[in-house]
Design a protein around this ligand. Sequence first.
Ligand code: PLP
Ligand SMILES: N[C@@H](CCOP(=O)(O)O)C(=O)O
Length: 537
Amino acid sequence: MSPTLSQKYLSTRGAEYGLSFEDVVLKGLSSDGGLFIPEEIPALPASWETEWRDLTFEELAFEIMSLYVSRDEIPADDLKDIIQRSYSTFRHAERTPLVDLEKDLHLLELFHGPTFAFKDVALQLLGNTFEYFLTRMNAGKTGKDRHHLTVVGATSGDTGSAAIYGLRGKKDISVSILYPNGKVSKIQEAQMTSVLDPNVHNLRVEGSFDDCQDIVKALFADKDFNTTHNIAAVNSINWCRILAQMTYYFHSYFSLIKSPAYNKGSKVRVVVPSGNFGDILAGWFAKKMGLPADKLVIATNENDILDRFFRSGGHYTKKALDAPADHGVKETHSPAMDILVSSNFERLLWFLSYQSATTGSAEERRQHACDSVSGWLNDLKTNGGFQVPSAVLEGAKVDFESERVSNDETIATIRDIYSTSFPKGLTAGSAKSSKTGGYILDPHSAVGVAASRRSIARNPGAAHISLSTAHPAKFASAVDLALRSENGYDFTEILPQEFIGIEQRESRVTDVGREAGWQGVKEIVKAEVEQELQGLR
Ligand SMILES: Cc1ncc(COP(=O)(O)O)c(C=O)c1O
Ligand SMILES: N[C@@H](CCOP(=O)(O)O)C(=O)O
C-alpha cells in the first residue's frame, strides 16, 4: 500500500520532499536547516468521535500515529508494541489524567512519566522508535558495519532528562545533552547528570538555552560531522515529538466531555504554557485534523516572542521593538520556557503561508510557502526578525490567541490555587498536598492557569483544558517562594521518591566554556562518543 500524503514528509525550506517517517525521525533536521512536516494534514475518520471515545491512551496513540506512519514502514503489531512499551513506564493508569481544578478550568496532568514532565510522552516513544529502526537496520551486522546514532540535544531543563531516560542503555545510540549552566533547576540538573550509563553525555554550557539550541543546529549543518556520526535530534525539531504529543489533545477532549463537570455543547479551549512552540503545535495539528477546539491559547512567560507576534501585528522579533539593544533572554520562575526564539513556529508559518496562497497549483503553493519561510528565517538570522503578511497573521488568529504572564502573576497564581483549589478524587502522584488538600502548581503550569483564567473571564461558559507540563517538585525555589508562608505547606511532602537524595548522587558532566563555540562542542562530542565506543567509559 503506497503511503498517503500525510505519511510523506518535506522540509519547510524546500530542499527535501517525499521522505518517509523513518527518514525524518532519523535525520531530525533537514539538510537545508528546515523542519520536516507532513505533505498534508490528514482528516479524522468520519466516525472518530464515537469510535475513539472509549479508547485507552495507547489505543488512541495508535490510531493517530497510523495516520502519519505507513504500515509498510511500521507494521501495525510493531507500532502497537512500541506504543505499549513507551507508556508502560508511566505511573498513572490513564497516563495523562484530567483534573477539575475550578469552574470551567480542567488541568491536564502531563507529568506522570519517568522524569515528571510532559516531554516523557514523546521521548519515551521516540527512544523506542529509534531503537526499532536501528534494530531493523543492523540485523545481521557487527562492529563498524552497524549504524550508530549520535543524538545531540539542547535543553532548558526538561527535554534533557526525558531524552536521557528515553535513550539510556539503548544499543547503537549515544546521547549528548547541552544545558545552560546555572539556568536549570538543581533537581533537573541532577536528573541528567546522575545517569551514568556509558551512552549518556552531559555538557554544561556557559550561555543561554538559545546558545545551546544554536550549537545543536550548527552541528546538524556540519555535513562531514553529520555523515560520519549520523546526528539525530531529540528536541521538538524531531517530527516524532510533535506527533506523539497529539494523543493527549484527543485523550483530554474525551476525558472532558465525559466529565460531569462539563456542560454538554460548551466550547472547548486549550491553553498551553509555551516556549519552543512544540507542545501547542501538536494541538494545532489535532485541531486541523478535526478536534473541535474553539481556540488554542499560547501562554508565554516574560520571554514573550510569541505573544508579541500577535500583539504587534505579525512582527516576529528576538527582542521587543522598544527593548534596549542588549536585551537577551530573561531569567524567570518558569525557566524551561526561557527562550528567545520558538523553533517550531517555522512549521506553523509554512502551513499558514501555503494556506494564504489562494491561487496556483498545489506544487506552486508549496514552493511559495518554502520560499517565504526560507526568506523569513534568513531575516531572523541576519536582522533579528521579520514581518509576515496580514493574510498569514489572520490565518494564525483563526486558531490561536496569546497571553503573556509575568513573574509576579506566576507566583501569585501558585499561591492562589493552593489556597482555593481542593480538587477531589486525585490519585497518588498528583500534585496535591495531603495535609491541606490544596493543589500545588509548578510555575510553568501556573503560567497556563493564569492565562486560562483570563480566557475564562473573556469567554464565560467555555470549558478550558489547561496543560500542566511539569510536576512542582522539579521547581522547588519558585514553589517555595509562592507557598512558604502558607499554612500547612511542606515541600518535602510532594517530593517524589525518585527525587530523594538525587542531588547527592554520583554525577558526570563536562563543562564547556563560552569560547568553545560549536566547533569546540563538536570535538567534545566526537571524543566522548569515541571513548564510549571503545568501552572506556
Ligand atoms: C515544563 C515545561 N513547560 C512548558 C514548556 C514549553 O513547551 P514548548 O517548548 O513545547 O512550547 C517546556 C519546555 O519545552 C517545559 O519544560
Ligand atoms: N523547555 C525545553 C526546551 C527545549 O525544547 P524542545 O521541546 O524543543 O526540546 C526543555 O525543557 O528542554
